[in-house]
Design a protein around this ligand. Structure first.
Ligand code: ZN
Ligand code: ZN
Ligand code: ZN
Length: 369
């Protein structure tokens, strides 16, 4: 076995053995494309990869979807089904080939319709989410995945650089207009899909996941821009806070705290540290400055085929950091009704230290636009 997907299949099998899972059933979600390169359509017709612990996996796919599947005989065989077939019976039969099934893991995003039907045909089995198998595996990126993340981050960086350079007009436009322009620029820079473009201006900057709306951006206020998309399957995600005029002393001071917290978080992203440790390192800077209560979210999230995936950089997550982990470091301070600020970069953990994938300056930037 040589290809990256074949190598992934081997890690899946090893983990299935470790967890004593007899069969892994992958449908909707990112696990299936991670393993096969094929993404299931969210349809009433079932698509499901049956991964037994030993045999070659089988992709059960509607006949009319089969032409979209790129074959990879090292990783799976295809079993297409026609309109008169019962795909649930086919999956159940393939699952039971090696004998009675005791432990099943199924896609976290599989439709309940299919899970319930499968449970009825495999009575007595114990069911758990596929993420128990795939989460920690997908969290560790291989070379090909890191290259894809680097490219996606570089594309998002180009848009962030345009924002900081004042190429995207802010004052006098609605947040929604700016959000749409950021989206267009993400596509122009090589993304196939825009996942989100948060634009929170003035008091709205205090709401971390603010929906860009009809508020007209005023001169002399902070604007939090948090955006990302999907490029060749992998996601980007970056936040910069810019000002449409001179910030107040308080705003400058808070920005400095967030910038220092962000660097502290990145510096703590070392092999052998824990996910919780990265959160603590960033949070300590903000808490020491007296704004602990104003940092109302975790420090970051894993990123890859999905915007948010393992590992989560949050208090209580004692997962050790290993080479190949990729995640955001995005501390912020939010003063409700007044203003907020956040800085976010994606980081990949290398053997000799953290590698930031975003390179756009963290210097407080006042845009003339
Ligand atoms: Zn977020
Ligand atoms: Zn973000
Ligand atoms: Zn993020």
């Amino acid at each position: 076995m040589t290809g990256p997907r074949a190598a992934r299949l081997e890690t899946v099998r090893a983990r299935m053995a470790e967890l004593e899972i007899d069969v892994l059933l992958l449908s909707l979600g990112a696990d299936l494309p991670w393993l096969t390169g094929y993404e299931a359509m969210p349809l009433e017709r079932l698509t499901m990869l049956v991964v037994p612990r030993e045999d070659l996996p089988t992709l059960v796919v509607p006949r009319l979807e089969a032409p979209r599947v790129d074959e990879d005989p090292e990783v799976f065989r295809i079993r297409s089904w026609g309109e008169q077939d019962d795909p649930v019976q086919i999956v159940a039969a393939l699952s039971s080939l090696a004998g009675s099934v005791k432990e099943v893991a199924v896609s976290d995003r599989a439709w309940a319709t299919f899970v319930l039907a499968l449970q009825a045909t495999l009575p007595g089995a114990y069911w758990r989410p596929a993420s128990a198998v795939t989460g920690p595996l997908r969290a560790v990126k291989d070379e090909e995945e890191i290259a894809a993340l680097v490219a996606a981050s570089a594309a998002a960086d180009r848009v962030a650089a345009q924002l900081l350079a004042g190429d995207i007009a802010l004052s006098g436009r609605t947040e929604r207009e700016v959000s749409q322009e950021i989206g267009r620029r993400l596509i122009a820079e090589g993304h196939q899909k825009v996942n989100f473009a948060i634009v929170g201006s003035g008091p709205n900057s205090a709401s971390p996941h603010h929906d860009a709306g009809s508020r007209v951006i005023q001169p002399g206020e902070p604007v939090v821009c948090d955006f990302g998309g999907t490029m060749d399957g992998y996601c980007s995600d970056i936040t910069r806070t810019v000002w449409t005029g001179e910030p107040t002393t308080e705003q400058r001071d808070l920005y400095d705290v967030v910038r220092e917290a962000q660097s502290a978080g990145v510096a703590a992203a070392l092999v052998g540290a824990t996910c919780e440790g990265v959160d603590t390192a960033a949070r300590a800077v903000i808490t020491d400055a007296g704004y602990g209560d104003a940092f109302i979210h975790r420090t970051g999230h894993g990123i890859g085929l999905e915007e948010h995936e393992d590992p989560y950089i949050v208090e209580g997550n004692e997962t050790p950091i290993v080479e190949g982990h990729a995640f955001s470091v995005e501390p912020g301070i939010y003063l409700p009704g007044r203003f907020g600020t956040r800085i976010e970069d994606i980081v990949v953990v290398g053997r000799s230290g953290p590698l930031a994938l975003n390179h756009v300056t963290h210097d407080l930037t006042v845009v003339s636009a």
